[in-house]
Design a protein around this ligand. Structure first.
Ligand code: WA2
Length: 278
């Protein structure tokens, strides 16, 4: 086995991996842009009209009919900001009460100090009021009551950008990541301070990315799918979290393609290997 054959094999692995990474990144980006458009739609027809022109039924129908625009998402949900003072009236209007996401007190600890402080001083909730049908079970759950969702909401409203969670287990038991855009009463200027953004926030639009199922579907559309194995990781922290794939233990050559999912505070990598030895 001469060195030029090894080089060729390495080049071929690199180009296949880069192609898959680029494709995943593009589909992610397309999905992200449409979530931002959906956040604007909610702002326009729910928050800027009185009475609101959106109901759960019309939201679910619109989300379903435009799902093809968000190829990596399995659903969307919208949570509205409710202060403690507004809670009783809000619950009476909705006909349901705001629920905590995880009933066991040990299942999701009370986050870090920054989060605890916001909870203590702001005393507010983010119950889901609209959801695509696949996720209508999350309606009425307070998205500030789960550590991953809460951190995402807080980062989204401070930044005005789309922000991403690490992969975590969703209420439906599946592994997923959530991309959140904040909705503002009136759009703060591009240079607005975080405090101005926090004050102007009225709700949070989330896209639910079912990475396992949807990445699999995407990769199966590509030629040569049997020849390489693909793993995707969130490498933000020291210990990478697997987002896709399970079998990254093989020896021999592998290629690492970087992925950019648009949230500068998260890092992702795609690792590829050949299935068969040469
Ligand atoms: N949506 C669906 N299932 C979940 C979940 C979630 N969050 N969190 C845990 N399981 C409304 O960022 C705002 C959606 C959160 C958006």
């Amino acid at each position: 086995f001469n060195s030029s054959a090894v080089d060729k094999r390495r080049d071929s692995l690199a180009s296949m991996c880069d192609e898959r990474a680029r494709m995943l990144q593009d589909q992610f980006n397309v999905s992200m842009n449409h979530l931002q458009a959906l956040a604007i739609l909610v702002n326009t027809f729910h928050h800027s009209q009185s009475p609101s022109a959106i109901t759960q039924a019309t939201f679910a129908r619109y989300a379903e009919r435009t799902a093809f625009e968000r190829p990596l998402t399995s659903g969307v949900a919208y949570a509205v900001r409710v202060t403690h003072a507004e809670r009783d009236q809000f619950e009476r209007q909705q006909g349901w009460s705001i629920k905590k996401m995880y009933s066991s007190p040990n299942s999701q600890g009370p986050g870090d100090a920054a989060v605890a402080e916001i909870r203590g001083t702001a005393d507010e909730y983010a119950p889901v009021i609209f959801a695509q049908d696949a996720y209508k079970n999350v309606i009425s759950f307070d998205m500030l009551s789960g550590a991953d969702d809460r951190e995402n909401i807080i980062r989204a409203r401070e930044s005005g950008k789309g922000v991403l969670t690490a992969p975590f287990q969703l209420l439906n038991g599946r592994l997923g990541v959530i991309l959140t855009y904040s909705v503002y009463k009136s759009e703060p200027p591009a240079n607005a301070r975080p405090q101005e953004r926090i004050q102007a926030a009225v709700g949070y639009l989330g896209g639910i990315f079912d990475i396992e199922a949807l990445v699999d579907k995407l990769l199966h559309q590509l030629a040569g799918k049997q020849s390489i194995m693909v793993n995707v990781y969130d490498t933000t922290n020291e210990k990478p979290i697997s987002m896709y794939g399970s079998n990254d233990t093989g020896s021999g050559m592998y290629h690492n393609s970087t992925l950019n999912f648009g949230d500068p505070s998260r890092r992702h990598e795609m690792h590829c290997r050949f299935m068969q030895k040469p």
